[in-house]
Design a protein. Structure first.
Length: 154
């Protein structure tokens, strides 16, 4: 009997997976729920030294929309995450370039969030260390862009 692997249709990627990609994941899941779409989504970081929870500021930023990040645990992106995802959404061009240079032949399924949602090249600001207001601003930006996303077919 073969391995049964979960296929992540959408993978959100940032640096440490404690703020931007974690917030994007719960915002995306909420959008899918509201649109009656079953979602398969994961978030991961390109540089996760050890698993830890979402930052308190990220938890607070999405809680105002009744979204819950309290049980989030950061995870290091793996080659399987990349290969099993239909679409990979990065927060910055730097994240995208790093993954393209790490795993061959993924350039047809990897985009920055701004590229995927609005067809433009613009990074999502990293709120880390910027205080609660920076997290609110980042969460708003993520929410606006994710609301513009066309959800890929399963």
């Amino acid at each position: 009997m073969g391995c049964v692997c979960m296929i992540n249709r959408v993978l959100f990627v940032c640096t440490g997976n404690t703020c931007r990609s974690a917030m994007a994941k719960v915002i995306f899941k909420d959008k899918c729920t509201k649109e009656g779409i079953v979602s398969r989504v994961k978030s991961a970081g390109i540089y996760v030294r050890y698993p830890k929870g979402a930052s308190l500021e990220a938890i607070t930023a999405v809680a105002r929309w009744d979204l819950d990040l309290r049980k989030h645990i950061s995870s290091q992106i793996t080659k399987n995450d990349i290969l099993s995802s239909k679409i990979i959404i990065t927060m910055t061009q730097e994240h995208k370039n790093f993954l393209i240079n790490t795993v061959a032949d993924i350039d047809t399924k990897i985009y920055t969030l701004n590229e995927y949602s609005r067809g433009r090249s613009k990074d999502i600001m990293d709120p880390f260390g910027g205080g609660l207001e920076a997290y609110f601003k980042s969460a708003e930006q993520l929410r606006d862009l994710i609301n513009d996303m066309v959800i890929p077919e399963l």
